[in-house]
Design a protein around this ligand. Structure first.
Ligand code: F6P
Length: 366
């Protein structure tokens, strides 16, 4: 029998419920072929850079039953971009260097015939750059933020919305008991999909998202009208990346080696702004944070992630490299990595969902 071919799988960027289901989908589909061995690189491409390389053979026992588990058995990082790699200098400072040529060379030297990169927008930009450098690579989109435009949905999003909605429901009953204004902050750096879906699913009065900068006085007006109408409580959902008109997003410096600022805390900023603008109601803030990214994926996300994994393996068998799997009109399709990364999936201010939310009386503060 010929030597089996070698596939390298990795997860990059923030984790997301469903990553393990993709890994299992790829491994199971590959096993049917008999001539493919599947390996995982630990912590995105860092496993390839490590000396000795940190690679895990994805045998049956390593992938059995993992579709139910949150996180990623391969571990992940957002400090491992090979094109902008954070390298510690002798004086302790960090310099960002391009290690992509070295990476492609190492992957080939390790005997890999193909790579499947499971990751968000940033990771797929990396896939595209590596493809251009001659790597046989296929992308699988992931993100709880649902901000990739070339797929109708990413896995992880449904799970995040479910977690946010469950939390929102709990805040409604306590808001009602105390006649309070409750602010719940959810993830969503640049796109407000989680907030918008949660606001509709939970029945929020106010929804604040990055795409629609808010006017604080309009929000106070909406709160006051609720109290006047005999309803003594208000529930607000806000995306971490939401900002007031002419204002700035609450952000802190990312940890060493990270390419991004850290968001989180807009709920407290909004609370103060409401008080400053004359809101008399009692206000409480909840920042959901990483709870939205943890735990077991919903059944929908398990199915989507598994189908993405199987499709990625099938694209590979057909030799269709430089592509990313995608959900398109209810079927599992693929797009070029170039197309996959050229546009960002923002919530449209005039879109169907915002219109429907407004029709329900949800205020966006605009
Ligand atoms: O991109 C997904 C995301 O969940 C964002 O919504 C959030 O700002 C970010 O990840 C948080 O990343 P980290 O885990 O590095 O804090």
């Amino acid at each position: 029998m010929d030597k089996p071919k070698k596939l390298l799988v990795l997860t990059g960027g923030g984790d997301c419920p469903g990553l393990n289901a993709v890994i299992r989908g790829i491994a199971k589909r590959a096993r049917k072929e008999k001539d493919w061995d599947v390996y995982g690189s630990k912590e995105a491409f860092n496993g390839v850079f490590a000396d000795p390389p940190e690679l895990i053979k994805l045998t049956r026992s390593k992938t059995a039953g993992i579709h139910v588990k949150g996180g990623t058995i391969l571990k992940t990082t957002n400090k491992g971009n090979p094109i902008n790699f954070p390298q510690k200098q002798p004086d302790g400072t960090i310099k960002f260097v391009d290690r992509s040529e070295e990476l492609v060379k190492r992957i080939k030297e390790l005997g890999f015939d193909a790579v499947i990169n499971i990751g968000g927008d940033g990771s797929q930009k990396i896939s595209q750059a590596l493809f251009k450098k001659g790597l046989n690579i296929i992308g699988v989109p992931k993100t709880i933020d649902n901000d990739l435009s070339s797929t109708d949905m990413t896995f992880g999003f449904q799970t995040a919305v479910q977690i946010a909605t469950d939390s929102f429901d709990k805040l409604v009953t306590t808001a009602e008991s105390h006649d309070r204004v409750m602010i719940m902050e959810v993830m969503g750096r640049d796109a407000g999909w989680i907030a918008l879906h949660t606001a509709i699913a939970g029945g929020a009065e106010i929804c604040l998202i990055p795409e629609i900068p808010y006017n604080i006085h309009k929000i106070v007006k909406r709160i006051n009208s609720r109290y006047k109408n005999g309803h003594g409580f208000v529930n607000i959902v806000i995306s971490e990346g939401a900002k007031p008109k002419d204002g700035i997003i609450v952000a802190t410096k990312g940890s060493a080696g990270s390419e991004h600022v850290r968001l989180g805390g807009v709920a407290y900023q909004l609370s103060q702004q409401l008080k400053d603008a004359g809101c008399k109601a009692e206000i409480r803030e909840t920042v959901l944070g990483h709870v939205q990214r943890g735990g077991s994926p919903t059944a929908f996300d398990r199915v989507l992630a598994t189908l993405f994994g199987v499709k990625a393996m099938e694209l590979l068998l057909e030799g269709k490299f430089g592509r990313m799997v995608a959900l398109k009109n209810n079927s599992i399709a693929s797009v070029t990595l170039e197309e996959a990364t050229e546009k960002y999936n923002f919530v449209s201010k005039d879109g169907e969902l915002v219109k429907a939310a407004k029709g329900l009386g949800i205020s966006f503060g605009d």
